[in-house]
Ligand binder design. Structure first.
Ligand code: 1QQ
Length: 405
């Protein structure tokens, strides 16, 4: 008999028993049960002005792909967790999905500002994340498990300024406004300001605000005496909408380019008739003619009675990427035979290596690296971007994004 004491032997026994049980505990779910994909977007707070559109897009994808057999005949289910309007809420939602819902991956969060806080948690846990709407610089670089289907501001935003010049070649004098407490807005204004310089325009002034602000009188009265011909705004929905309204009320008559924060009809109740004419670059056009987009567009229109917006199309696309990657992986290595840790890791590589025919057009991912050269996540490769202009109806309540060429 060795010198190992009884309590120690009991402990070893308990440990061995636990290890023997572990694989079955960690198995994703029994083969008949649906695979669970997490969705962590803002369902409450002002950020829900975007998040509502994402929920609809994800739900359409859930129905659409399950009707077509799900993951090789096995259904999947979406588990929703509300991020609310701040970083703590996003972190909470991610933790719930990862640890309680045992999701294979997460679509979310809504804002880049929230992604920089919550994504590292998923990355460390080895859970693939697909960002449906995070457009700031540096999102895939957060970590190996982080992807986005939302093209970065550096690729999307400049086309709106070029469109403004095309519509009014006399434009020389430009003023810029941005929300300084929001990571996306800071990133986007960097792109806008660079574009203004690259196009040889004069940057008259840069004004800052907070996403929680409702009164922009000070900033506007600073800018108007400089007589800008173009105002460019980077903020979220409610703040940017109020800024547009007050710019017009205080007499600004020139063109307005809005960033991705103005990319929703949910700003219409904020600036109403005064939303008219805003130019917004788009990473999606409902007019894009393909089998998958026509199908998505028809379902969306039947449900919502209007054309699908970018944020819904991107959310649909994110779920599509998960479903197609899971289906390919399952054919190589049956999902039911993998523990959750292995499945998440394999799914990460499968997402990275795929090509997807989506409502956004054909997309794929390219590997990125962090500043120090270590491997990071997947940046979207997308072919086409668009610019739309807001046209409000005479009632000032309803309106639409009209695509320009
Ligand atoms: C970001 C954005 C927002 C406008 C998405 C809703 O692009 O936070 O990156």
């Amino acid at each position: 008999m060795s010198g190992v004491s009884l309590p120690k032997r009991l402990m070893v026994f308990a440990l061995v028993a636990l290890l023997a049980l572990a694989p079955s505990v960690l198995l994703v779910q029994a083969a008949e049960e649906p695979i669970v994909i997490g969705v962590a977007v803002a369902q409450t707070s002002n950020v829900a002005l975007f998040g509502q559109e994402q929920v609809i897009g994800a739900q359409i994808a859930e129905e659409f792909f399950n009707e077509r057999g799900g993951i090789n005949g096995r259904p999947f289910r979406l588990a929703f967790a509300d991020t609310g309007g701040d970083e703590a809420g996003a972190i909470n939602a991610f933790q719930t999905l990862i640890n309680r819902e045992n999701v294979v991956g997460i679509l979310g969060p809504t804002l880049s500002q929230h992604a920089f806080a919550a994504d590292p948690i998923a990355d460390q846990a080895g859970v693939p994340v697909i960002a449906p709407s995070n457009t700031a610089r540096g999102i895939p670089q957060i970590g190996r498990f982080i992807f986005r289907v939302s093209a970065p501001v550096s690729l999307v935003a400049p086309s709106a300024v070029k469109q403004a010049l095309k519509m009014n070649p006399d434009i020389k004098r430009v003023a810029v406004f941005y929300a300084q407490n929001d990571a996306f807005s800071v990133s986007e204004t960097g792109t806008f300001q660079q574009t203004v310089k690259d196009l040889g325009l004069e940057l008259l002034d840069v004004q800052t605000f907070q996403t929680t602000d409702t009164d922009f009188t000070t900033q506007i009265t600073n800018v108007l005496p400089l007589e800008p011909q173009l105002v460019i705004i980077s903020g979220l929905a409610a703040d940017s909408g109020n800024l547009v309204r007050q710019l017009r009320e205080l007499g600004y008559k020139g063109m307005i380019v809005g960033g991705n924060g103005l990319n929703t009809t949910n700003i219409f109740p904020v600036c109403q008739a005064l939303c008219d004419g805003i130019l917004v670059a788009q990473a999606y056009s409902y007019q894009y003619d393909s089998e998958i987009n026509n199908a998505f567009r028809e379902i969306y229109k039947a449900k919502q009675g209007k054309e699908p917006p970018q944020f819904s199309a991107q959310a649909f696309t994110g779920i599509q990427v998960f479903v197609e990657a899971l289906s390919r992986l399952d054919k190589r290595k049956p999902l039911k035979d993998m523990d959750l840790v292995t499945l998440r890791a394999e799914l990460r590589d499968e997402i990275m290596n795929g090509k997807y025919d989506t409502p956004l057009g054909p997309i794929s991912f390219v590997e990125t690296t962090k500043d120090d050269g270590t491997p990071a996540g997947g940046e979207i490769v997308q072919e086409r971007f668009y610019v739309a202009q807001i046209k409000m109806d005479p009632d000032g309540k309803t309106g639409r994004f009209v695509f320009l060429d």
